[in-house]
Design a protein around this ligand. Structure first.
Ligand code: C5P
Length: 226
């Protein structure tokens, strides 16, 4: 709850994980638990969160239901869709009574409760907020021929992560209008004409995409004493 308004979380974990070399990253072991249990655990322990919908690939639904049976805030474990946004919508559909929606990639198990509450605070002012860090690499735009067309100024570039937090009416309108494919929810909301506020994320909030990320997550968790 924030200001007596219900807060729901959608955790999307229905991606194909093509770059994991055959390892199912959601159920992969990480510091004595699975990746999915770490993520859901952070939302379960965060006092601001009331309800959680977890979106999984068809093949993981049964295992997910078993794994998540002990998490009292999980009200739905449902099947995802072809595109990320289809999976998010499947989760949102279970959280009808929530005024605020926190959307998070299941592949980011190192988020903290602070990232959730900071997002809720930013969204309380703006209606829409996304967690992000300044880019540390130099980013170039290239053509189809791989020749550089432009080097972008790094000063204003941010690498956007999740959690992303939205007032429910805003994300509902944005989803109703969405036509193209989007890689995050903020871009869908921007496309619908709303302003999105960036708030400070964490370089440790990595997205597990390759086996190397899983190893790195283990090291980072170890440093935290997890
Ligand atoms: O593919 P990408 O890195 O953008 O995935 C981000 C998150 O979205 C992952 O946690 C992944 O499992 C999820 N996803 C999903 N359904 C899809 C595609 C991605 O739940 N169809």
């Amino acid at each position: 709850m924030i200001n007596n308004q219900k807060v729901g979380a959608v955790i999307v974990a229905a991606g194909s994980g093509e770059r994991m070399g055959g390892v199912d990253k959601m159920l992969a072991p990480l510091g004595g638990r699975t990746v999915l249990a770490w993520v859901v655990g952070v939302f379960q322990e965060c006092p601001a969160i009331d309800e959680i919908a977890v979106v999984l690939g068809e093949h993981n639904i049964e295992a997910g239901q078993r794994l998540l049976a002990g998490f009292s805030k999980v009200i739905a474990v449902c099947r995802g869709g072809e595109r990320r946004q289809d999976s998010v919508l499947a989760g949102i559909n279970h959280l009808g009574g929530c005024r605020w929606l926190v959307i998070h990639d299941g592949a980011r198990p190192l988020l903290t409760a602070d990232l959730i509450t900071d997002g809720l605070a930013a969204a309380a002012e703006s209606g829409a907020a996304a967690c992000a860090v300044p880019v540390t690499d130099t980013i170039k735009l290239a053509g189809d021929d791989d020749y550089v067309r432009e080097t972008l100024s790094r000063k204003r570039l941010w690498a956007v992560q999740t959690p992303q937090v939205f007032r429910s009416d805003i994300i509902t309108v944005a989803y109703r209008q969405a036509q193209a494919e989007f890689t995050d929810d903020a871009s869908l909301v921007e496309k619908a004409g709303y302003r999105v506020k960036l708030y400070k994320g964490s370089y440790g909030n990595i997205k597990i995409t390759t086996p190397a990320h899983l190893a790195l997550a283990g090291v980072l968790l170890g440093e935290r004493g997890g």
